[in-house]
Design a protein around this ligand. Structure first.
Ligand code: 5GP
Ligand code: ZN
Length: 134
């Protein structure tokens, strides 16, 4: 399988690894939104959140506070964004599940997604369609 992140895990491609344990690796994104932007990656290959096991997801999310605290205190940040791009239409480029930790400080200029209000009556219809799909 030709997977860049599996190659990083297997040390076939270099990366700036900041944390590793038996199930997780975390390394710095080469194209950071802010310096210290890190990717938290399961060692077992899965494409995205939908095909990851519960065990994989638990180990990923459990380690996020520890890594985020180290990034913030080591680099003097105030906050962080935590996200996952799930699927190509959502901006996922690397098809190996990864969580982004983007450290933030006041005035760094990054913008979050813009929002716009629903039309009258629309929110109820949207909620009904979702609830019917469970
Ligand atoms: P995605 O868009 O799939 O959620 O994010 C993939 C991330 O991987 C991007 O932010 C990109 O900068 C990063 N990336 C792509 N290639 C490499 C690489 O070779 N090494 C590292 N460390 N990060 C990479
Ligand atoms: Zn992989």
């Amino acid at each position: 399988m030709d997977c860049l992140f599996c190659k990083i895990i297997n040390r076939e491609v270099p990366a700036e690894i900041i944390y590793e344990d038996e199930s997780i690796i975390c390394f710095l994104d080469i194209n950071p939104s802010n310096p210290g932007h890190a990717l938290v990656v399961p060692k077992v290959h899965c494409e995205n959140l939908l095909d990851a096991s519960g065990e994989t997801l638990r180990s990923l999310i459990s380690i996020v506070p520890k890594i985020s605290r180290a990034i913030m205190s080591g680099l003097n940040y105030d906050a962080f964004n935590f996200s996952v791009n799930n699927g190509a239409a959502a901006g996922q480029i690397i098809s190996h599940l990864h969580f982004h930790i983007v450290p933030r400080r006041e005035g760094d200029g990054h913008k979050l997604f813009g929002g716009k209000p629903y039309e009258p009556g629309e929110i109820e219809q949207v909620a009904e369609k979702i609830k019917a799909a469970f």
